[in-house]
Design a protein around this ligand. Structure first.
Ligand SMILES: Cc1ncc(COP(=O)(O)O)c(C=O)c1O
Length: 404
């Protein structure tokens, strides 16, 4: 008889954002007059920049002409985009990454969820706590995480690296040696970043213990400080221990357009198996390439006009981040993040739990954020606000919280 993949049945309850959505819907139905401001989900609000719209229009027109029409894209992405990425994101920063080590995809979520497929089920993963839920959930689906303990919110076969106020929201080397280490900097949800020497220590550690770092740099465009690395490949030795995920969602507003890429250096090995051909095989078998139109839009992100416009877009969101950070600080909250990332991480006041503070904010001032406990046990009593709202909504939300 047919059997389902019962690893899926191990996943706890409903997804964090569905629970938030349900609570907001119920509140809204009971209080139809409430003007709710959503600073919860990390989705962008600004329209695509003109340089990107121009590239999209041009590519659409090409698709309507026999001579320039394109069918299936090359498995790993068009050369024009991979060369542009290699030059602008890597070589210009002194990173030794070539175009054929770049795999273009429909976004970082699918890549960082799918990457675990090329590793043995015996591998043990280490994650930051709190963490972007996709890393753990994708490993649960594969059957790598053991059992879930609902009371503590932890999986029996996952190594957790608590990121707390005490360690500056930066993970420490775990007591038990992991095989796969998920790191995300600038971080979602805490908004923290680590310096290049700190990241270098992780690279040295991974090379020493024979682990691989799965490095999610989806928020690199928000880095404002000099000593924060934009790529793990800025660190010496990363080519033998790291895979990097990048997204066009937050640096260029592509959340609804979908584009990202993964970098796997040719020398990277698991034991004596080279990983680049494995991911190439996986990509070729299970994915038919990001659309030509979208890859041309991605190329425009790096054009002179595109860069200028997107710098302004990132600055717009970071003005929001500053406004939230400063406003909450003035109001007496303990806040962090918001300097190299579009997320503000705050401590719920008066010993409230994350969900208590969620209800409090929703009911008292009609502002929606994300409970920190939804990202892992160490997120309990914390709360995330995003800088991706419009300026008007952000100002209004902060002013309401300040008056609360
Ligand atoms: C840490 C992190 N990685 C990846 C993603 C997903 O990126 P994409 O839109 O490219 O799938 C997100 C989106 O919120 C994220 O926060």
């Amino acid at each position: 008889m047919v059997k389902a993949n019962d690893n899926y049945l191990k996943l706890p309850g409903s997804y964090l954002f569905s629970t938030i959505g349900k609570k907001v819907r119920e509140y809204s139905e009971a209080h139809p007059e409430a003007k709710i401001i959503r600073l919860g989900i990390g989705d962008v609000t600004q329209p695509l920049a003109p340089a990107i719209i121009d590239a999209l229009h041009k590519a659409v027109d090409e698709m309507g002409v026999r001579e320039t029409f394109k069918g299936y894209a090359p498995d790993l992405g068009y050369e024009f985009l991979r060369n542009t990425i290699a030059e602008n994101d890597y070589r210009s920063r002194g990173c030794d990454i070539s175009a054929d080590e770049i795999f273009v995809s429909d976004g970082a979520k699918s890549d960082c969820a799918n990457i675990q497929e090329i590793f043995s089920l015996d591998n043990k993963i280490a994650v930051c706590d709190p963490v972007y839920p996709v890393y753990v959930d994708s490993n649960v689906m594969a059957g790598r995480c053991g059992d879930y303990d609902a009371a503590s919110g932890v999986w029996s076969n996952v190594i957790y690296m608590p990121c707390t106020a005490e360690n500056g929201f930066a993970p420490e080397f775990p007591g038990e040696t992991p095989d796969l280490i998920y790191l995300c900097f600038p971080n979602n949800p805490t908004g923290s970043a680590i310096t290049k020497p700190q990241l270098q220590e992780w690279v040295d550690y991974a090379n020493k213990v024979g682990a691989i770092i799965l490095y999610d740099a989806a928020y690199e465009a928000y880095i404002s400080e000099e000593n924060i690395p934009h790529s793990i490949f800025e660190c010496e030795g990363a080519r033998t221990c790291a895979i990097e995920f990048r997204s066009f969602s937050k640096n260029a507003g592509f959340t609804g357009v979908r584009l990202g890429f993964t970098v796997i250096p040719k020398e990277l090995k698991a034991g004596d198996v080279q990983l680049h051909p494995l991911w190439a095989r996986r990509h070729g078998t299970k994915y038919n390439g990001a659309p030509y139109i979208i890859q041309r839009a991605g190329e425009a992100v790096y054009s002179e006009e595109g860069r200028k416009q997107l710098k302004a877009q990132v600055a717009y969101y970071m003005d929001n981040a500053r406004y939230i950070y400063n406003g909450l600080k003035e109001a007496g909250y303990t806040v962090s993040g918001g300097v190299n990332a579009p997320y503000i991480w705050l401590k719920a006041p008066n010993n409230m739990t994350s969900w208590e503070f969620f209800d409090h904010l929703l009911e008292k001032v009609n502002v929606v954020g994300t409970p920190g406990s939804g990202f892992g046990p160490s997120g309990e009593t914390y709360f995330r606000l995003t800088a991706f709202g419009t300026k008007e909504a952000t100002v209004e939300a902060v002013d309401r919280i300040k008056k609360m």
